[in-house]
Design a protein around this ligand. Structure first.
Ligand code: NAD
Ligand code: DAU
Length: 353
């Protein structure tokens, strides 16, 4: 294969996708990066302002659930690789509207697999379909143990069930059709550009605006947090060095009880906002628990560490400070996202041209 490659990144205007698009556009000038995104409420082209005019970057607005559109895209452009992130990603929304998750996460993935299979039929070995998944497919842990790649799938929310189903489809296309595929399952990401419906940006935003901080149940659920740029680096390594047919777990080795994490954010925010110690913590309110709330996630990253030499580069202390500073400084980004202003940005950038 020549050094020039056409890479399709789906969901590139979202939180994690935008960090991957930026990394790939800047690091690989010989790759043409195509960012396919429907721009749902979670997709935001403002996340990519710094790379939007680069010659090796192209944005395509489109819906992965539209099989005709996807098939045409794959016949118009010969992709050498796909990194698939487009998804409905918020567990709470999956509880109120599961159908949307089934459609996007399962049917959307199926459409991409079919289009890639047809497009690569005569050249099976030089392409890769890399599916980005979540640790939630493994279910919920007790007080001990960590998820390894050998854990049986045990999804417990409509979101994780839809992601598990898409993972199974990807494996089925590897085994049945000989497609080159890789899957990685990652723990909770945090960092810049995350939609403020997710815990960490929501807490920071509420602290900033002196609004109550909603903690589900008793705040005792545990998550394993990873800085998003470290996830992007892992994806880069897996895309280039991972073995087809394999699964890689990616985690931060960084478990926090929700209540301790929220208190930690309050403590740092007090310093950054020149508040008295303990002031932001007063905003914490315990609210009704999430239905079927998974107790604990923790990832065993020893496979990717041993085989691909990846590990997180930032400590949590470093990552969370950078993240809090980013949300406090980027007030405009938060306001735009929350008011739907970014849609106007999209119209101005692309429709009036
Ligand atoms: P996100 O919600 O921030 O972004 C999802 C993106 O997909 C958005 O830009 C949205 O517009 C796009 N999209 C949604 N439906 C689409 C459709 N039908 N067609 C085209 N584009 C569509 O999500 P995220 O947090 O960045 O997660 C990205 C991926 O990583 C998801 O597959 C998610 O399951 C996975 N993941 C997320 C985390 C996490 O902590 N956020 C952890 C592990 C895995
Ligand atoms: O583990 C990876 C997953 O992490 C990803 O696959 C998902 O896309 C991503 O959304 C995330 O899922 P979680 O449900 O773990 O993330 P969320 O930020 O929604 O919640 C984190 C924890 O905080 C969880 O235990 C629920 C709790 N929570 C969340 C919100 C939004 C609260 O206590 N209060 C809240 O207001």
């Amino acid at each position: 294969m020549s050094n020039t490659k056409n890479i399709l990144i789906t969901g590139g205007a979202g939180f994690i996708g935008s960090h991957i698009v930026r990394l790939f556009v800047n690091k690989y000038p010989n790759y043409n990066i195509f960012n396919l995104d429907k721009l749902t409420y979670a997709g935001n082209l403002e996340n990519l302002r710094d790379v939007e005019n680069k010659p090796n970057y192209k944005f395509i607005k489109g819906d992965i659930t539209d099989s005709e559109f996807i098939n045409k895209l794959f016949s118009d452009i010969k992709f050498d690789g796909v990194i698939h992130l487009a998804a409905e990603s918020h567990v709470d929304r999956s509880i109120t509207n599961p159908g949307e998750f089934i459609n996007t996460n399962i049917i959307g993935t199926l459409n991409l697999l079919n289009a890639a299979k047809n497009s690569w039929a005569n050249n099976k070995n030089n392409n890769i379909f890399y599916h980005i998944s979540t640790d939630e497919v493994y279910g919920s842990l007790g007080n001990t143990g960590k998820f390894t790649e050998q854990n049986a799938y045990d999804p417990r929310s409509p979101y994780s069930a839809s992601k598990a189903s898409s993972d199974h489809l990807v494996r089925a296309y590897f085994h049945t059709y000989g497609m080159q595929t890789i899957i990685s399952n990652c723990s909770n990401n945090y960092g810049a550009n995350q939609f403020p419906e997710k815990l960490i940006p929501l807490v920071i935003n509420n602290i900033k605006n002196n609004k109550p901080i909603p903690v589900y149940g008793k705040g005792e659920n545990i998550r394993d947090w990873l800085f998003v740029e470290d996830h992007a680096k892992a994806i880069d390594i897996i895309f280039h060095k991972g073995k087809s047919g394999e699964t890689y777990n990616i985690g931060g080795n960084n478990e926090w009880k929700n209540i301790d994490l929220v208190k930690k954010i309050c403590e740092i925010a007090d310093i950054k906002l020149n508040r008295k110690p303990g002031e932001s913590e007063k905003l914490i309110e315990f609210v009704k628990d999430r239905a079927g709330h998974d107790a604990r996630y923790a990832i065993d990253s020893s496979k990717i560490n041993a085989e691909l030499n990846w590990q997180p580069t930032l400590t949590f202390e470093q990552g969370i400070k950078i993240t809090i500073e980013w949300y406090l400084k980027n007030e405009q980004w938060l306001n735009n996202v929350l008011s739907g202003e970014y849609e106007k940005y999209y119209n101005k950038q692309y429709k009036e041209r």
